[in-house]
Design a protein around this ligand. Structure first.
Ligand code: PMV
Length: 316
């Protein structure tokens, strides 16, 4: 069987933003960590008369690349195959997403990277991280408008990293791994909408918003030091400060605030929303496994989905 007849696979993980969302769109740094779960895609050449298709489970959708389609997935897929140089080929892609969509965990970037890697594998094509990110941004622009690229950078490289728009992801060496509890508010969020709202606030009051972004940048810089020194108490306080500034930017919601309050009351060192906000997910930092289990229980007892993840582990 030739390589093109085989089904080639690609995978990529989701992410959580520890500190710095929204300000990262305006050139400030952010700290983000890859999640083990994300998306897996399988691709193979299709007969030319069948054309190119992308089927995604569990969303139960199948699209053809079409820049004019009503479906954003079809438009994003068209942007990706064009940017990657496959517009003239017929390819069948099947993908599976293991993260809730529209929740701030980077499911769309993970899906895009997994699809691109699977198609590249069919053609035996290798690209470096910045080439992958460039193509992924064409896909992400359809969903997010003006993405900073942080989701894509993490989907491609994983790990724990420092991200500044337009620059390669810089790995951060954590002194100790971080135990995070991720809670899903269940409220759908649109990063495009919250990024647009922040942009409108900045148009109305550029000085106030730039001062907020600078304050977030200072929190992110101190957060990096706290991670490098293993000072999780300080990191938790910085997450709380970041949350206050995000709430001031009107991207938090009453449900997220309630979950963040419950996580702190259950012993979290700090808690904040993660990603675009306006719904979606929050994260809480726990001192140890027992504290993480407590926080997770508190969120589950609110009827929310929650899970514990460990980030910043050194590779063996
Ligand atoms: O909602 P998410 O997971 O796509 O995160 C978006 C992060 C923002 O800073 C709000 C936007 C961006 O492009 O960086």
């Amino acid at each position: 069987m030739s390589r093109s007849q085989e089904r080639a696979a690609g995978r990529a993980g989701g992410k959580v933003i520890l500190l710095g969302e929204h300000a990262v769109v305006y050139g400030r740094p952010a700290i983000a960590a890859g999640l083990p779960d994300g998306a897996v895609a399988r691709a193979q050449l299709a007969p030319p008369e069948q054309g190119t298709t992308l089927a995604v489970s569990p969303w139960n959708v199948q699209v053809r690349p079409d820049p004019e389609a009503a479906s954003s997935l079809a438009r994003a897929f068209a942007a990706l195959v064009a940017a990657a140089g496959y517009a003239e080929r017929a390819i069948r892609v099947e993908a599976e997403v293991a993260l809730p969509g529209g929740s701030g965990l980077g499911s769309s970037a993970a899906l895009g990277v997994a699809v691109l890697r699977a198609i590249d594998a069919v053609f035996g094509r290798a690209r470096n991280d910045s080439e992958l990110l460039e193509i992924l941004l064409a896909w992400e622009r359809v969903f997010h408008g003006q993405p900073s690229g942080v989701d894509g950078a993490l989907a491609i490289a994983g790990g724990l990293g420092w991200y500044v728009r337009g620059q390669p992801l810089e790995p951060i060496a954590a002194r100790r791994p971080l135990l995070l509890v991720v809670g899903d508010s269940g409220e759908p969020c649109s990063t495009r909408v919250t990024v647009g709202e922040v942009a409108r606030q900045r148009e109305r009051n550029p000085e106030r918003m730039d001062a907020t972004f600078d304050a977030i940048a200072a929190i992110v810089r101190n957060g990096r030091l706290a991670i490098e020194h293993g000072d999780h108490v300080a990191l938790g306080q910085l997450m709380d400060m970041n949350q206050s500034l995000l709430a001031g930017m009107m991207v938090s919601t009453p449900t997220l605030e309630e979950m963040i309050g419950a996580a702190r009351a259950a012993g979290a060192l700090g808690a904040k929303l993660t990603g675009g906000g306006g719904g979606g997910c929050m994260i809480a930092l726990a001192a140890d496994e027992a504290a993480a289990a407590n926080v997770e229980r508190a969120l589950l007892s609110m009827g929310k989905r929650a899970f514990v993840t460990r980030v910043g582990e050194r590779s063996p």
